[in-house]
Ligand binder design. Structure first.
Ligand code: T46
Length: 133
């Protein structure tokens, strides 16, 4: 499975660091939506779905968490702990997020508005759809 991390340029100086995100420059789509998760409770596992169309970029702004990505053929576990990197998540990719640190702030940039009908929440349905693609 091809995992794409996007490395952002950090404009650091003696005041600290700054990262800028721009449509079709360092973000490979037009950003229609941004959401973020914080204050995630201990031992919580989120996600458990794939998307039919949606493409997203996940960036841990603070702390760390792990992602399980599953394209229906292969599973990969990844640690996100660097605000200078974004994890690109294609459509038809099952995802689960877990091991959130207490201070984790996970921001996600999305190429579409929220649409429940784009979610595939049943893992068997997901693998069936992937095999029929
Ligand atoms: C994804 C992973 C990485 C909204 O009203 N608007 C939104 O834009 C989002 C993302 C969620 N919601 C509502 C829907 C639920 O009532 O917020 C609640 C929690 O959402 P959900 O259970 O889908 O959260 P996660 O962490 O399981 O999944 C989210 C995204 O939904 C999903 O697209 O890829 O983060």
């Amino acid at each position: 499975m091809d995992i794409k991390f996007i490395q952002f340029q950090s404009h650091g100086d003696d005041r600290g660091s700054l990262v800028s995100l721009e449509d079709h420059k360092n973000i490979p789509f037009t950003i229609q939506r941004v959401y973020y998760m914080f204050d995630t409770k201990e031992n919580v596992r989120r996600g458990f779905h794939a998307h039919k169309e949606l493409k997203q970029l996940a960036i841990v702004l603070k702390g760390s968490c792990r992602f399980l990505l599953d394209d229906g053929k292969e599973k990969i576990e990844l640690l996100l702990d660097n605000p200078e990197q974004g994890l690109y998540i294609e459509s038809f990719m099952w995802r689960e997020m877990y091991d959130f640190s207490d201070d984790c702030v996970l921001m996600v940039l999305a190429d579409s508005f929220y649409d429940e009908s784009d979610y595939i929440r049943d893992y068997n349905e997901f693998t069936k759809m992937v095999s029929e693609k």
